[in-house]
Design a protein around this ligand. Structure first.
Ligand code: TXA
Ligand code: MG
Length: 345
């Protein structure tokens, strides 16, 4: 049941704002917080009752585990039973930043936090507000993305307010998220890592530190509802605007051609900067073609905007599938329910 129990405040992360957030979190409540990837819905990772409130506010399935956010590498040892050398090397290379590592969980991490799994997902965010808040709280913060389950992740405090109004007491406004898509999630093995969700720390970057970097098949393909998956988040429909998103994989002239043949009311194009003019239907831009980092920054805001405009069908330009482009592609194929049309001449 959806309860509107709070008058949700949106506050700047001043000393006063951070104090208020720390108070709510210490009392076992949920606070919307900025990170460099997307906004998170944070609560005390050690408090099962507080964790329950996250699941309730999001409407999230109970078996989908949360990421635990810490402020310092040393805090890892209280969360895990094993700390492989590879994990430490990766932590030193990429933390604070958009990398989440899955490791065997320590007893004190409640099963509510890990969705019943014996592993725990951990990261150190680089956003100064997130880091400061975790340090003030003194306990790690479990935080999924701060959207309603199934809708695009929030990259501004306003997005969080749209989804969480009445459901949580406070949102800290730390500005627009600089990465824009959620962190890279990896499982860590001796001398190898497996990417379960691509993000701002790319396969190419990981390969500089670890000998073997594998891509889980769930990154690029659909996973059936009853499948046993390495990361439960893979099997849920994600990032979906209300509109029917369709990815068109091919060159711009073919895209323009396809779209003009399929023009209809409430049909939009989601394209790269500078391409709007070429199209016969209304278009929104999500980034620059040659710069996947800008696509990551713009994607979720564009998907939300399309919903606000009442878009019913959205033909989308396909990003490149390497570097950060892989993260953008991974989110888009989910938003599209895996509808990818290959355009060829
Ligand atoms: O950038 C991010 O990661 C953001 C910010 C707030 O830190 N958080 C985020 O959380 O995206 P969430 O809950 O929306 O996504 C977490 C993903 C899910 O796909 C979940 O299934 C996976 O990580 N995950 C968490 N713990 C796991 C575990 N123990 N084993 C496998 N997958 C896990
Ligand atoms: Mg999420």
């Amino acid at each position: 049941m959806i309860t509107k129990e709070f008058k949700t405040a949106v506050t700047l992360p001043s000393n006063e704002g951070l104090k208020k957030a720390t108070e709510w979190l210490t009392q076992g409540e949920v606070v919307g917080i900025p990170t460099e990837t997307v906004y998170g819905l944070a609560a005390n990772a050690y408090d099962p009752a507080a964790i329950q409130k996250i699941f309730r506010a999001k409407g999230r399935p109970q078996d989908n585990p949360l990421i635990v956010h810490i402020a310092q590498i040393e805090q890892m040892s209280e969360l895990v039973t094993e700390l492989p050398e590879t994990a430490l090397l990766l932590a030193e290379a990429f933390w604070p930043g958009p990398l989440t590592m899955i490791l065997p969980k320590a007893e004190r991490v409640p099963l509510q936090t890990t969705g019943g799994l014996e592993t725990v997902a951990i990261r150190i965010p680089s956003h100064p507000v997130a880091k400061e808040l975790i340090a003030r709280c003194g306990f790690p913060l479990a935080a999924p993305s701060a959207n309603l389950s199934g809708s695009p992740s929030p990259t501004s405090a306003d997005h969080v307010f749209q989804d969480m109004r009445g459901r949580i007491p406070l949102i800290l406004d730390g500005g627009i998220c600089s990465v824009g898509v959620e962190s890279t999630v990896i499982s860590v093995h001796p001398d190898a890592v497996r990417i379960l969700r691509p993000g701002g720390v790319t396969a190419e970057m990981l390969a500089q530190v670890v000998a073997t970097v594998e891509l889980d098949k769930g990154v690029l393909a659909m996973v059936s509802q009853d499948a046993v998956v390495s990361s439960p988040g893979m099997k849920y429909k994600h990032y979906s605007p209300k509109a029917n998103v369709i990815l068109l994989d091919g060159a711009l002239p073919d895209f323009v051609d396809y779209v003009s043949r399929h023009a209809a009311p409430n049909t939009y194009a989601l394209v790269f900067a500078g391409e709007e003019e070429a199209l016969s239907i209304p278009a929104l831009v999500y980034g620059k073609e040659a710069d996947p980092r800008t696509q990551a920054q713009g994607l979720f805001a564009a998907l939300r905007e399309l919903d606000q405009r009442g878009a019913e069908t959205v033909y989308t330009r396909c990003p490149q599938k390497d570097g950060v482009g892989l993260a953008v592609y991974n989110r888009l194929i989910r938003a599209a329910g895996f509808q990818v049309i290959s355009l060829s001449r």
